[in-house]
Design a protein around this ligand. Structure first.
Ligand code: IDP
Ligand code: MG
Length: 139
């Protein structure tokens, strides 16, 4: 079993897609080990996306992620990282496969509704970021 981190970004929460996304995640065989609604501070958003500091889109990304509450989830299943990336689709919604969450709800390469961890290591790091005790204890 593997852990990965799913975020429903501010547009997904504001446009009332939480229920759809959770239903899809459950249908895809993920077990929700942690779940919380949180509004990120600037320092939290910058820490979560520290790897992108210095990129041209960094400031827009931070402003977007601070713009409203998000839903963070710790998800478990076999091959969780790769399977979640399959469900969310490509970063740019216009390039995301039909049926993926980003193809359905994403606006553009910046405002793309959901986040999924990109490696097993980041799956652990990112779930610990939101659920510092233990996701399996309900965060
Ligand atoms: P990912 O979310 O598919 O893993 P990353 O390259 O890790 O994509 O980028 C993190 C987030 O930064 C993206 O989901 C998107 O919100 C934003 N982003 C990435 N590339 C661009 C860009 O070229 N322009 C604007 N925003 C971007
Ligand atoms: Mg990424």
């Amino acid at each position: 079993m593997e852990l990965t981190c799913l975020l429903i970004k501010p547009d997904g929460v504001a446009e009332a897609h939480i229920g759809h996304i959770i239903t899809r995640i459950e249908k895809e065989g993920f077990t929700i080990r942690g779940l919380r609604l949180i509004r990120l501070t600037r320092s939290q958003a910058e820490a979560f996306y520290a790897i992108h500091r210095g990129r041209a889109f960094f400031e827009d990304l931070i402003t977007y992620m601070m713009g409203g509450p998000i839903v963070a989830m710790a998800l478990e299943r076999d091959d969780a990282v790769e399977q979640l990336r399959r469900v969310i689709g490509a970063t740019d919604p216009t390039e995301a496969e039909e049926g993926t969450l980003r193809a359905r709800f994403g606006k553009d390469i910046g405002v793309n509704t959901v986040h999924g961890s990109d490696s097993v290591e980041n799956g652990i790091r990112e779930t610990l970021f939101f659920f510092p005790v233990s996701p399996s204890q309900g965060g």
